[in-house]
Structures are given as structure tokens and as C-alpha cells.
Design a protein around this ligand. Structure first.
Ligand code: FAD
Length: 416
């Protein structure tokens, strides 16, 4: 087997996005996935304009829109009394950033990226679990569980939360939040769906819990997510997050939220882990990308988006560091990637943790939060500009957090 230019380890949204981005730059890419088939588990995923802008650049946005839903509003309500706290007008948001807020089934987004990789000629290999990584001087090599080896000029590790590659750069472990997520979908014909506005992404925030719903597949499905702090996890038990904890966790919430619980899948749940941010993602010719580099708590819905952005940024720096003969100055491209992405993702990771604490407040703190959120102007974008504006390619382009950016820099097709 001849050597590709790049090996990507992991065929999740991050790995596929990176493989597509680099193939688009004319590189030969081989993607190694440990599972016997490509796929995604779970239901919906929210894609803010900083992701739909990149999908558009890839020529994939129209297909993504046809598979998902472009909602009209994102509404935050108090889970205890159901009262509205604040909202985003997603049509105005689309005008501000130039690209829509989109919600889509995970398997539809994954399938879209997989088909794009197939069309672009990415070499897609399943049943290929990578156990070891090493730099070779001028390239890198991976060794599979089978003993087979693969070499390339660059290896990108996109192997998720429990990454083996991350050990090259950090001696850390996933951090448990003691929160667990239940997911479920409800078909459009159900009486449950007649009680919701499918044009809304709704988030009900409550003491130690929250509940999210939005429409999927052109409104054919309602996606629901129920998240709560597990008492068993807090007690240090191994068997935490089990279904018996679900109903108890939402006992104080309003009828609408509690009525949604019977629709959650009860045979599978997602314990929520993140990791502390790390500032170095590159070890010579091995680079981390996606959850492997920066797994967040999901509260600001940026995990998969950051992974897609990583791949796009790397592709743009390849374009800038490519000689006429097609060779890539990997040291320069990786230095540029390393200079901009870890700091952005560090901000997202730490903000996600704080945002989760804010959502789950109780007592007086909950009332104070509610008062502040009610006072927020719907059209104040100070909290979204640093996230939803064009993805920065250099540290200088990274906006200050919570400071509105001029409209002209919010909209463009990307920072180039
Ligand atoms: P993964 O999806 O974990 O993919 C890693 C891949 O690598 C897998 O296919 C795995 O099989 C493969 N792999 C692992 N080890 C090896 C190996 N040794 N050899 C070969 N292959 C290997 N993000 C958003 O942007 N918006 C949202 O609305 C959102 N909502 C979320 C809701 C919940 C409840 C949760 C839990 C997460 C949410 N996220 C969201 C986060 C998002 O799902 C993740 O950040 C994203 O899927 C990470 O993608 P990835 O490709 O980096 O990693």
C-alpha cells in the first residue's frame, strides 16, 4: 500500500470533516476507523453559524438544510414554572452572521460528511483500531491492533474523548461532571408533538437538571434531551445515571417537561465528561483534533462544531503553506493551527462548564439568574459574536469574548 499524504484516525464528525477539508486541498487522505462500519449514535445536533458557514464553504450546506430544520427561535424557559427567560431570534441571527442556525439528526450530518469524503476520494478503512503512534522524522506512523502499520507525512488523531493519541501530549483523564443525558425522539403524529412549536429550539433550565427539544428531519421527528445530576455519581457509586434516577431528578419540573420523560430511550444514557483544556495539540507530525483535543460539556452546543472548525482551519493553513510542486510545509501549517485553535477551544470548554452551573442553579441564585436573563435584550449579540462569527485563522482574528464585533466582520464567508 503506498503512503498517503495524511492519515486521519477516527471516523466521527471531526475525523470526516478533517479528511474532507484536506482532500479538498488536493492531498491524499487515508481514514482509519476502529468500528466495523461508519456511524453515529444519538439523535439531534445543533449547528450554529460558525459551522454552517464552513458547510457552505464545503458546498454541503444546501444538502444539510434539506436534511434538517432551520428553526425560527431558540427559547430558554425555567423548568420549574415553564416561564420564558430569554430568546434568540434565529432569523435575525442568520441575517447577522450570514449563515443559518441548523438542527440536524447526527446520523444525517455524519452521512453527509461520509458521502462527501467518498466523492472526494478519501480512502476509508474500517475495522482499523490504532493502538500506537510514533513520529518517524519527516512523517508519522500508526500501528493497528492487527499489527499492520500505516505511514504518512501527517497523522491527525480524531479518536474522541478516550483518545489514545492524547497520551502523547497530556497525562490526564476525562473529568466526570456527575451529569447524565438521556435522549429520545418522538414521531410527528404523537400528541406530544402537538404541544410544541417545531420551529423552536427550547431549553428548560432547572435545579440540577435541564430539558431540550427541537424538531428534526423537516419536522418529522421531535428530538428530546433530558440531563440531570446523578445522586449516585455524587455518592461515588459506579452504577450511576440509571433510569431510576431520571424521573426523580425532574420531580420539581413543570408538567410539560415531566410529560416528556416517558419518551426518552431508557436502555442507553450518556454520562457527561469533559477534560481540562490543554494548550499543546501538536507533537511533531502528529496533531490532535476534535473531542480528542477538547471534549467539552455540551451546554453551549459547540463540541462537533469545534471539531469541524479544526479541520477547516488546518485545510486553510495547508493551502497557505503549499509549494508549487504540491509539497506542504507541515511545520508551518501545524504551527499556524496550534497558534489559534487551542486558545479558542479553551474558552469554549471553560464557558461550557460555567454555563452548565448557571443552568442548574436553585433557590435565590436561580431567581437572580432568571431576573438577569429576563432583562436581556433579544437582539444583544455580545454573548454569541465570539462564537458564531467567522472562525479565526490567526490569534489576531480571535474576537474578545462577550464584546460585540462590527457587523461587517460578523457576516463574511470566513476569515481568510
Ligand atoms: P467522536 O464522535 O468520539 O469520534 C471518534 C471516532 O474515533 C469514533 O468513530 C471512534 O470509533 C473512533 N476511534 C476511537 N478510537 C479509535 C482508535 N484507537 N482507532 C481508530 N478509531 C478510533 N456538539 C455540537 O456541536 N452541537 C450539539 O448540539 C451537541 N450536542 C451534544 C449533546 C450531547 C448529549 C453530547 C454528549 C454531545 C454533544 N455535542 C454537541 C458534542 C459532539 O457530539 C462531540 O463533540 C463530537 O461528536 C465529537 O466528534 P469527534 O469526531 O471529535 O469524536
Amino acid at each position: 500500500m503506498s503512503h498517503p499524504d495524511v492519515i486521519v484516525v477516527g471516523g466521527g464528525i471531526g475525523g470526516l470533516g478533517a479528511a474532507y477539508s484536506l482532500t479538498r486541498q488536493g492531498l491524499g487522505v487515508r481514514l482509519l476507523e476502529r468500528a466495523p462500519a461508519f456511524g453515529e449514535v444519538g439523535a439531534g445536533i445543533q449547528l450554529a453559524p460558525n459551522c454552517t458557514r464552513i458547510l457552505d464553504d464545503y458546498g454541503l450546506l444546501d444538502e444539510a438544510k434539506s436534511l434538517g430544520v432551520v428553526p425560527d427561535a431558540m427559547v430558554m424557559r425555567d423548568a420549574v414554572d415553564g416561564a420564558e427567560l430569554t430568546r434568540l431570534d434565529l432569523r435575525d441571527l442568520e441575517r447577522r452572521y450570514g449563515y443559518p442556525y441548523l438542527v440536524i439528526h447526527r446520523s444525517d450530518l455524519h452521512g453527509l460528511l461520509l458521502r462527501a469524503c467518498e466523492r472526494a476520494g478519501v480512502e476509508l478503512i474500517t475495522d482499523a483500531r490504532v493502538d500506537a503512534y510514533e513520529n518517524t522524522g519527516g512523517g508519522a506512523r500508526v500501528t493497528l491492533a492487527s499489527g499492520a502499520t500505516h505511514e504518512a507525512g501527517l497523522v491527525i488523531a480524531a479518536d474522541g474523548l478516550h483518545s489514545a493519541a492524547r497520551k502523547l501530549l497530556a497525562d490526564d483523564e476525562p473529568v466526570s461532571s456527575a451529569y447524565v443525558a438521556y435522549r429520545g425522539t418522538v414521531p410527528a403524529g404523537s400528541p406530544r408533538v402537538s404541544r410544541v412549536d417545531l420551529g423552536e429550539v427550547a431549553v428548560y433550565v432547572g435545579p440540577g437538571c435541564h430539558f431540550v427539544h427541537y424538531g428534526l428531519r423537516g419536522g418529522k421527528l421531535l428530538n428530546q434531551v433530558a440531563v440531570f445530576e446523578s445522586p449516585k455519581a455524587l455518592a461515588g457509586r459506579e452504577d450511576w445515571g440509571t433510569p431510576d434516577e431520571l424521573d426523580a431528578a425532574f420531580a420539581r419540573t413543570c408538567d410539560f417537561v415531566r410529560d416528556g420523560l416517558p419518551f426518552m430511550w431508557r436502555d442507553k444514557w450518556w454520562r457527561m465528561f469533559d477534560r481540562d483544556p490543554i494548550t499543546t495539540w501538536v507533537d511533531d507530525r502528529i496533531a490532535l483534533l476534535g473531542d480528542c483535543a477538547h471534549p467539552p460539556l455540551q451546554y453551549i452546543a459547540q463540541g462537533a462544531i469545534m471539531a469541524v472548525e479544526d479541520g477547516w482551519v488546518l485545510g486553510e493553513h495547508v493551502a497557505r503553506n503549499r509549494a508549487a510542486d504540491g509539497s506542504v510545509d507541515w511545520s508551518a501549517a501545524l504551527a499556524a493551527y496550534q497558534a489559534v485553535r487551542p486558545e479558542h477551544c479553551r474558552r469554549v470548554l471553560t464557558t461550557s462548564r460555567t454555563w452548565g452551573e448557571l443552568w442548574h442553579l436553585d433557590g435565590l441564585a436561580r431567581e437572580q439568574r432568571n431576573a438577569l436573563l429576563r432583562a436581556r435584550d433579544t437582539y444583544d449579540y455580545a454573548f454569541t459574536d465570539w462564537l458564531y462569527g467567522p472562525t479565526a485563522l490567526t490569534p489576531e482574528q480571535e474576537p474578545d469574548m462577550f464584546t460585540p464585533i462590527p457587523l461587517s466582520s460578523a457576516t463574511g464567508p470566513g476569515r481568510r
